[in-house]
Design a protein around this ligand. Sequence first.
Ligand code: MD6
Ligand code: FE
Length: 217
Amino acid sequence: MTRSLFDEPLTHYTAPESIAPGAFLLRGFALDQAEALLQAVQQIIAVAPLRHLLTPGGHVMSVAMSNCGALGWVSDRTGYRYSSADPLSGQPWPSMPACFADLATRAAAEAGYEGFAPDACLINRYEPGARMSLHQDRDESDPGAPIVSVSLGLPAVFLFGGLQRSDHPARWRMVHADVAVWGGASRLAFHGVSPLADGDHPRAGRQRINLTFRRAG
Ligand code: MD6
Ligand code: FE
């Protein structure tokens, strides 16, 4: 498909941009891998389909999720947790492709977190209108490991706040191939995603795919 004036600029990565203490935006960091990542996502979700999880409060999440790697993040009426098996199939989650782990390790190192070895990759699919309310990622056992979040497809507004839910979050536009890394003093920062605006991405169509890498176990 030819690119148009209205597409996102494909900015080549230059340097990490600090958004909070220990938190960075790496714009365009995944550009060279984006195509391979999207193809690998297709293979993973053919085995472990995207599904809308229930929150402990009984609400259906607007974001559809799946996982790859040794551990996967799941939610149901009993709570949030990591599981080594896909509750839909009872089978282990698909293994994490080498290109996923490699990208996450390199992005973390670029932000100053050397030796990040993710064992969990959450795959999030946002369709227009889907959102993620402000929350902390606190189901992981190693607080020293950062979170690495890769955006693919339609642009989104990433909300990044402080350590209190009441801290007013800053708004960061994340486009295809942008990567966010947060750890250290920001590891437990509240964050979320505003309702996705409609659009048609030349590679991903009417959706945003987010890959979130953690050291969960
Ligand atoms: C994002 N996702 O989609 C950010 N956190 O850009 C998250 O922050 C997240 O999708 C915990 C559990 C699931 C998630
Ligand atoms: Fe999160």
